[in-house]
Design a protein around this ligand. Structure first.
Ligand SMILES: Cc1cc2nc3c(=O)[nH]c(=O)nc-3n(C[C@H](O)[C@H](O)[C@H](O)COP(=O)(O)OP(=O)(O)OC[C@H]3O[C@@H](n4cnc5c(N)ncnc54)[C@H](O)[C@@H]3O)c2cc1C
Length: 161
């Protein structure tokens, strides 16, 4: 009977990443998944990386360390995770005061920038000007969660003993 240092249950992006990091630390890991074809949250995820929204020392640290991993993951995995930064646009409804919405975001590590209605529409011309008072914008990370997880699985398979 084989023995393992860790048994990870579930091979979505969390389990796959955890198993991968443990194997990198020379742990013997058993990764268990109930389905051969994934039908999990990872499969449907948009892949957004909200690294800007840490609000406590711990969540800020996790955001910083997480985005640092994603910056180098494609190279480390020798496969494209499609990591990139996008302009996230958070619209503010016409019946809301833009300044008070912006103020409620100041607690985040990287507070989104307040855009006037004109600036928001220049960034995204398809916005309906009649229903918004403005928008907030911030750089938002993005990956392809399926490709990232599949590549983590492949790397784990390659480490099998
Ligand atoms: C539409 C949508 C959009 C999203 N967009 C974003 C986004 O932009 N940014 C973001 O950060 N998050 C987003 N999320 C959330 C994100 O997808 C999840 O937080 C993430 O995928 C969870 O990963 P996971 O590995 O924990 O869970 P899952 O991907 O659900 O994987 C869990 C796995 O565990 C397996 N499992 C469960 N029980 C057992 C068992 N007893 N034995 C064996 N296997 C088991 C399941 O089969 C499954 O494969 C989104 C989610 C959805 C649905």
């Amino acid at each position: 009977m084989k023995t393992y240092d860790w048994i990870v249950v579930g091979a979505g992006i969390t389990g796959a990443a955890l198993a991968y990091e443990l194997v990198k630390k020379d742990c013997k890991v058993l990764l268990l998944e109930q389905y051969a074809t994934p039908r999990n949250a990872t499969r449907y995820s948009y892949g957004g990386l909200a690294f800007w929204c840490g609000v406590t020392p711990l969540t800020r640290q996790l955001c910083d360390e997480g985005i640092a991993r994603h910056r180098i993951l494609s190279e480390e995995l020798d496969a494209d995770t499609e990591f990139r930064k996008l302009d996230l646009l958070l619209t503010i409804s016409a019946d809301t005061d833009p300044a008070s919405v912006a103020a409620s975001y100041t607690r985040f590590a990287i507070p989104p920038k307040l855009l006037s209605l004109k600036e928001a529409c220049e960034l995204e011309p398809l916005l309906n000007q009649e229903v918004i008072a403005g928008a907030l914008t911030v750089k938002h990370g993005h990956i392809h969660p399926g490709k990232t997880t599949t590549r983590l699985h492949q790397r784990l398979f390659a480490c099998r003993w």
